[in-house]
Design a protein around this ligand. Structure first.
Ligand SMILES: O=c1ccn([C@@H]2O[C@H](COP(=O)(O)O)[C@@H](O)[C@H]2O)c(=O)[nH]1
Length: 309
């Protein structure tokens, strides 16, 4: 799957991923009204609105982008109907040939990690039958339980040709509380980055490993160091747009080949119609506003990379 991701990034010229993080307050009223008219103001109604919202955004952007990143929390908040909307979204994105990064941030003791890996990246046998529970292509993993919490995910990736993005340095303001603590003379995130490079060395695609890392756009200096520590790992970079990251901050997350990083924006794309810059589209044309926001994001990042050459 890493080869498909790299190929699609080259083909689209867009090292970006659209984060499908639907919240009800991002969904235009006409979409909510229709879903509630059909299902009532219920969890089912909310899940239907989420699905219709996602579908329009995917329809308006899929030809420009290599990948999407549905954030499972935004679906879980609507219970079982929400998880069904998550699965429907994954399947629809797959039908559009997009690479799907499940932002699930799992990680536990080995046996439990194995079940999470099956759920999100693998297949489950039920009697004589086999099923694909959620079917994402990549999953985000929390490595802080250590190797035995990560290895089951790596094993499933090897079997299924899937991939991981392992949390190394997260984009949030308090990420330094633990991740920046100095251990044996180096910050913890560097130790985790080294471990990602080690896990990844055994998991190479054609050019890059299918064991990647998450490093926040909000920490460009740390991104530069981590790029050197993990030269063959793709870096998923959240924190662009709504969290303040800009193209100019991201240059050092990329390798000399112009590859090696994929930048996520969720609210900045899916709720673009609410921003002044895209207000002319109006809520009725929210998908067109998202398309314009994708084009602007690609231009910002490509422009920064070209200027740095
Ligand atoms: O360090 C991290 C890891 C994951 N995320 C996730 O990315 C998106 C960001 O959403 P925006 O609306 O573009 O801010 C969201 O799903 C987070 O859970 C992150 O932000 N930082």
């Amino acid at each position: 799957m890493i080869n498909k991701l790299v190929e699609k990034i080259k083909k689209t010229g867009a090292p970006i991923v659209v984060g499908l993080d639907p919240m009800l307050n991002y969904i235009p009223q006409h979409v909510l009204d229709k879903a509630y008219a059909e299902y009532g103001e219920t969890l089912e109604g909310a899940a239907e609105a989420v699905w219709q919202f996602n579908k329009e955004i995917v329809d308006k952007t899929y030809d420009l982008i290599p990948a999407v990143k549905p954030q499972i929390a935004m679906y879980e908040q609507f219970g079982i109907p929400g998880l069904m909307a998550f699965k429907k979204t994954v399947d629809y994105c797959k039908s559009k040939d997009l690479v799907i990064i499940g932002d699930v941030k799992r990680g536990d003791i080995g046996s439990t990690s194995a079940a999470y890996a099956t759920a999100h990246l693998g297949k489950i046998k039920v009697g004589s039958k086999e099923y694909t529970p959620f079917g994402e292509d990549f999953a985000t993993v929390n490595p802080y339980l250590g190797s035995d919490g990560v290895n089951p995910f790596v094993d499933v990736c090897k079997e299924e040709k899937k991939g991981l993005f392992i949390l190394v340095k997260t984009s949030n303001p308090s990420s330094g509380e633990f991740q920046d603590r100095i251990i044996d003379g180096r910050p913890l995130y560097e130790w985790v980055g080294e471990k990602v490079a080690e896990w990844g060395a055994d998991c190479m695609g054609d050019e890059y490993s299918y064991i990647g890392a998450v490093v926040g756009a909000t920490y460009p200096e740390m991104g530069k160091v981590l790029r050197e520590i993990m030269p063959k790992s793709y870096i998923l970079v959240p924190g662009y747009g709504a969290q303040g990251g800009q193209g100019k901050d991201l240059v050092h997350f990329f390798n000399e080949d112009g590859l090696g990083a994929i930048v996520n924006s969720s609210r900045g794309i899916i709720a673009a119609y609410k921003q002044e810059a895209y207000a002319k589209f109006g809520p009725e044309n929210f998908g067109d506003a998202s398309r314009a926001a994708v084009e602007a994001m690609v231009a910002d990042i490509s422009g920064a990379l070209a200027a740095a050459k």
